[in-house]
Design a protein around this ligand. Structure first.
Ligand code: NI
Length: 629
C-alpha cells in the first residue's frame, strides 16, 4: 500500500505533491511569484497544539519564504491549501530579521561569479591553478564588522582544486584565499589573498579501489530475517508498534519530526525534532575565522536527504516513507525512501538467574527505528530516533562524511594527511522536545546526587542523597549538565501520580559533552546562544520553533531562545518545551581521513515513575530461534 492510499484526514499528515502545487498556484494567483522569485523555504505550518488536541477542523497551511533573486527582497508567507488563499505575507527586514536561507540557485552560480572577478583569477594564476578545475563552495557569511554587508545577501567562498571528474576536491583546499560574494548583485565584494600555501596533493578518493586497497576477505554475510514480517503498522503517517503510537513528519529544515508520541495510550511527547544545529570552527586565521554553519537554519539541510537503500542504509523488514518538499520554483519534489522505519534486536532487555529458585528468565530488547540521512557539503548526518519496549526514547545522531580541510599549518587543526589540515570544530544540535507527560501541564525538576559529610546520621560516611530542584521560571531553567553529580532533568506531571504516590515523569538524560567553546564576546555566541547551555525550558508558544530564530542566515544575534526567555515566564505546572543542546567537539584524527567513520552523539528520555513497575514484564520469551530451555 502506498502512503496516499492509507492517508487519513489528520492535521499532522505529511505534505503531498498536490498541496505543494496548490500553494504555488495560490502564490502565483496573488501575484507574489514573479519570474525572479524563488522558494527559499517551504514547510507545513502545523496548527497550534490546542487545536490539534481539540480535534479542530483540518486547515492545511504551509509557510513559504519567497526570495526575489533580482532585488534581494524577501517575504514570509503562510498559505492555506485547504482554503486556497494567502493567510499572511510580510516582507523581511534583513538587517534586523536576518536573510532567507541559501538556496540551490545560488550554489549553481557561485563559480560563474568568481570566474568573472579579476582578483580571483589573479590569485589562482599566482598559484598556477586553472580556474576551470576549481570547485567553489558558497558558505554562510555570519555577521562581522563589515558595515558594507549590512542588509545585503552575502556568502564567503573557498576554492578546492578538482583534478578530474571523480576526484574529491576536499583533498585539495586552496588555502590562504577567500572571496566575499554579493549574491544579489552577483559580484565579488573582496578577495582576501592572505598567503600562497601549497595545495595538498594527497588523494581524498575513498571510493577508488586503488586508494581503498584489497578488500578484507574474512567477512561472511549477515542477513536479518523476519519470517513473519514486521510487528508495526503504518496508517497514513501514524505508526503503531508494541505499546507505542505516534505520527511521523518531515520538513526541509528539521528533517524527521515525531508527533504525539504515546505509550499504552498515555501521551509522553507532543512533538520532537532537531530544530537547529551549528558547526562553529576554531581556526582564527584571517581567511576562516567566520566559519560557522547552521545546517538547519541557513541551509535547510533536509532538502538534500538521501533516498535510502535496502541492504546498505537499513537492514531487515523495512517500511519506507517518501518525503515531499518544494524546489526553488515551488514545484513538488519527492524524496523517495527518505524515512526508514524498522525494528532492531537490541540484546538483553532483562534477565535473572536465581540462586534460590533455580529460575532463569531472559527477555530480548527491541527498538523501533525512525531514521533519515542527509549530506550537507562535506558532511553527512544521520538522525536515528529509537523507541524501546521499556518506554525509553533515544535520539542518536551519526556524523560521517569528509572533514572540512585547510592547508596552512595551524595549532587549531590536525594534520590528517600529508600537508592537509582539518580545523577543530564542534557539531552542536538543539533538540526541541515539546513534552506532554500524561497531559499538557508539566513541570521540570533538576535531579542530582549530593554527597553527605560524615557525622550525625552518617557515622561511616557512606551516605549520598538525591536532590530535586523545581525549575520554576525560564530564567532558572538555563542549565548545564554535570556528569560528576549525574545531573538529569525530570519532566513531571504534578497532577498525576503513580501507584506509589510519586508524580509521573520522564527524565532527560544528557551526554553532557562540551557546549559552545567560542568566547562569550564572539559573534557566534550571540547568534547561537542556544548552544551555550545544555538545557533551556520555555513555556509553549506556537510561534517559538527555532532556537536561533526563524531567519538564521546573517542574523545579527539575540533571536530565538535568548529573546523568548527574557519574558521569564513561569514554567511550573505549565505547557513546557525543553530545548536540549548536545553534540561533539571534533579534534579531527588521521583516521577521519579520507572519509570519517561514524561518530555518535545524542540523548535519552527515560521513564522515571511514569510506570508502577517494569513496563516490559509482558514481553514474551523469544520463540522460533535458538533460545529454548
Ligand atoms: Ni566534525
Amino acid at each position: 500500500m502506498t502512503l496516499a492510499e492509507t492517508r487519513t484526514d489528520h492535521p499532522l499528515e505529511m505534505t503531498t505533491a498536490e498541496e505543494v502545487d496548490a500553494v504555488r498556484e495560490v502564490l502565483t494567483g496573488a501575484g507574489l511569484l514573479t519570474e525572479t522569485v524563488r522558494f527559499a523555504f517551504f514547510a507545513p505550518e502545523e496548527p497550534p497544539k490546542a487545536d490539534v488536541l481539540a480535534g479542530a477542523s483540518v486547515d492545511r497551511r504551509f509557510r513559504t519564504v519567497l526570495l526575489d533573486l533580482a532585488t534581494g527582497r524577501s517575504w514570509d508567507t503562510v498559505v492555506s491549501a485547504t482554503a486556497g488563499e494567502v493567510v499572511s505575507s510580510c516582507e523581511l527586514d534583513p538587517p534586523v530579521d536576518g536573510q532567507p536561507p541559501i538556496i540551490d540557485s545560488e550554489f549553481e552560480v557561485i563559480e560563474d561569479i568568481l570566474n568573472a572577478e579579476p582578483a580571483w583569477l589573479e590569485a589562482l594564476g599566482k598559484r598556477g591553478i586553472e580556474p576551470a578545475s576549481v570547485r567553489a563552495v558558497p558558505l554562510s557569511a555570519g555577521v562581522y564588522d563589515y558595515p558594507g554587508e549590512v542588509g545585503r545577501r552575502v556568502v564567503r567562498a573557498f576554492g578546492f582544486r578538482q583534478d578530474h571528474e571523480a576526484d574529491h576536491p576536499w583533498a585539495h583546499p586552496i588555502d590562504g584565499l577567500v572571496a566575499y560574494v554579493d549574491l544579489t548583485a552577483r559580484t565579488v565584494d573582496q578577495v582576501i589573498d592572505e598567503a600562497v600555501v601549497p595545495v595538498p596533493s594527497t588523494s581524498g578518493n575513498f571510493d577508488d579501489p586503488e586508494v581503498q586497497g584489497p578488500p578484507l576477505d574474512s567477512l561472511k554475510p549477515i542477513s536479518i530475517t523476519q519470517p513473519e514480517g514486521r510487528s508495526f503498522t503504518v496508517e497514513g503517517n501514524r505508526v503503531r508498534w508494541g505499546k507505542w503510537d505516534l505520527r511521523v513528519g518531515f520538513n526541509e529544515r528539521e528533517g524527521l519530526t515525531l508527533h504525539q508520541i504515546a505509550f499504552d495510550g498515555r501521551p509522553v511527547v507532543y512533538r520532537a525534532s532537531v530544530a537547529e544545529m551549528v558547526v562553529p570552527y576554531a581556526d582564527p586565521s584571517p581567511v576562516r575565522f567566520w566559519q560557522n554553519y547552521f545546517d538547519c537554519g541557513e541551509y535547510m539541510f533536509a532538502r538534500y536527504a538521501d533516498s535510502l537503500q535496502l541492504g546498505c542504509d537499513c537492514l531487515g523488514d523495512i517500511h519506507y516513507l517518501d518525503a515531499v518538499i518544494a524546489d526553488d520554483f515551488g514545484r513538488p519534489k519527492t524524496i523517495r525512501n527518505a524515512i526508514c522505519m524498522h525494528e532492531e534486536d537490541y540484546g538483553v532487555l532483562w534477565k535473572h538467574s536465581d540462586i534460590f529458585t533455580g529460575s532463569a528468565e531472559t527477555r530480548r530488547q527491541r527498538r523501533m527505528v525512525f531514521s533519515f540521512f542527509t549530506p550537507i557539503g562535506n558532511y553527512d548526518y544521520g538522525f536515528y530516533w529509537y523507541l524501546y519496549l521499556d518506554g525509553t526514547i533515544q535520539l542518536e545522531v551519526k556524523a560521517t562524511g569528509i572533514v572540512f580541510t585547510a592547508a596552512a599549518p595551524s595549532e587549531y587543526g590536525t594534520e590528517v594527511a600529508p600537508g592537509l589540515m582539518a580545523p577543530f570544530h564542534q557539531h552542536l544540535f538543539s533538540a526541541r522536545l515539546d513534552m506532554t507527560v500524561d497531559g499538557v501541564r508539566n513541570a521540570v525538576e533538576e535531579v542530582e546526587a549530593v554527597r553527605v559529610p560524615m557525622g550525625e546520621g552518617n557515622p561511616y560516611g557512606n551516605a549520598f542523597a538525591r536532590r530535586r530542584t523545581r525549575l520554576t521560571r525560564e530564567s532558572e531553567a538555563r542549565r548545564s549538565a554535570d556528569g560528576s553529580v549525574v545531573r538529569s532533568w525530570h519532566v513531571v506531571n504534578p497532577d498525576v501520580t503513580n501507584a506509589l504516590g510519586q508524580p509521573v515523569g520522564y527524565a532527560l538524560i544528557p551526554e553532557g559533552k562540551a557546549t559552545m567553546l567560542a568566547d562569550d564576546a564572539s559573534s557566534i555566541h550571540a547568534r547561537a546562544t542556544f548552544a551555550t547551555h545544555h538545557l533551556w525550558v520555555t513555556r509553549y508558544d506556537h510561534a517559538e520553533r527555532y532556537p536561533a530564530g526563524d531567519f538564521v542566515n546573517q542574523n545579527p544575534g539575540g533571536a530565538g531562545l535568548p529573546a523568548w526567555v527574557a519574558a521569564d515566564r513561569s514554567i511550573d505546572g505549565e505547557d513546557v518545551v525543553l530545548w536540549h543542546t548536545f553534540g561533539t567537539t571534533h579534534f579531527p584524527r588521521p583516521e577521519d581521513w579520507p572519509v570519517m567513520p561514524v561518530d555518535y552523539t545524542g540523548f535519552t528520555l527515560k521513564p522515571v515513575g511514569f510506570f508502577d513497575r517494569n513496563p516490559a514484564l509482558d514481553v514474551p520469551k523469544p520463540t522460533g530461534g535458538h533460545c529454548s530451555s
